[in-house]
Write a protein that binds this ligand. Structure first.
Ligand code: CP
Ligand code: NVA
Length: 288
């Protein structure tokens, strides 16, 4: 069974297949009578709601499970949690603190396991990001995207892998110590935000302090102080669209004015989380 733990694990062409399914309105009810487990070890607004509604739209029944209810590696092992959930569900989705838990869960069961965000990856987010770029630009091939800020986080990593998969051009701007540690071939990394946004059609940022990094908060805020996406940086980019996976910390990585500008596509991105979750779940259920 195919899993969706990381964009990099997918076979060639799979990202385009999922995006094509995400744009279709005739997928029917491939999950009719089936359950989908949604395990969350961290908070979520977009991912929980978009995935839950996507399951409903595909005719399935989502079961939202908080971390204490299953206790991955505390109440029972990650493998035993997965094997239990596989008794009832056609797909297991999980948001985890440690990506290795997902790998172990996927290794223990036959049903597909999907990553709803880990410390390493956020593949469902990257699918929504690409759909947003495609809608706004009309194509993905050659799309020019600049990422500003923490380039070694889950959202940046999945975006980099997704851009390479579809031929989009990604430049990551980050300070020393926060560069993407495993960049796929073709992704450019620079230090200067102004250099990254030169000629960009999209400017993307994410929080400076991701979930689970609270102890590093002060050091991170200092390191990223010159990496705020504000009106001056957007002006250097010309007429670029602004992207953010959300939640945003207005006044830190992005200003209120940029979030609210007519070129901000963040709510379209948020809506696209549901369409791409539907496409991804249908794909995992075998729809092509
Ligand atoms: N973008 C995103 O994953 O948002 P949530 O953390 O609210 O799910
Ligand atoms: N990088 C952020 C993304 C939230 C959707 C985090 O992991 O907290």
């Amino acid at each position: 069974m195919t899993d969706l733990l990381s964009i990099a694990d997918l076979q060639e062409g799979a990202v385009a297949e999922i995006l094509a399914l995400s744009e279709r309105t005739d997928l029917g009810r491939p999950l009719e009578g089936k359950g989908v487990a949604l395990v969350f070890q961290k908070p979520s607004a977009r991912t929980r709601n978009s995935t839950e509604m996507a399951v409903v739209q595909l005719g399935g029944h989502p079961v939202y499970i908080q971390k204490e209810e299953v206790g991955i590696d505390t109440r029972e092992s990650a493998e035993d949690v997965a094997r239990t959930l596989a008794c009832y569900h056609a797909i297991i989705c999980a948001r985890v603190m440690d990506h290795r838990h997902l790998v172990r869960m996927a290794g223990a069961v036959e049903v597909p396991v999907a990553n709803l965000l880990s410390d390493r990856d956020h593949p469902f987010q990257a699918l929504a990001d690409l759909l947003t770029v495609k809608q706004l630009l009309g194509r993905l091939e050659g799309a020019r995207i600049a990422w500003i800020g923490d380039a070694d986080n889950n959202v940046a990593r999945s975006l980099a892998q997704a851009c390479v998969a579809v031929g989009a051009e990604l430049t990551l701007a980050s300070p020393d110590g926060y560069r993407l540690s495993d960049p796929p071939y073709g992704v450019r990394q620079v230090a200067d935000p102004a250099e990254a946004v030169e000629g960009a059609e999209f400017v993307y940022t994410d929080v400076w302090v991701s979930m689970g990094q609270d102890e590093e908060a002060e050091a991170r805020r200092q390191a990223f102080a010159a990496y705020q996406v504000n009106e001056a940086l957007m002006a250097r980019a010309g007429n670029a669209w602004f992207l953010h996976c959300l939640p945003a910390r207005r006044g830190e990585e992005v200003t209120h004015a940029v979030m609210e500008s007519p070129r901000s596509a963040v709510w379209r991105q948020a809506e696209n989380r549901m369409h791409t979750a539907r496409g991804a779940l249908a794909w995992l259920a075998g729809v092509r």
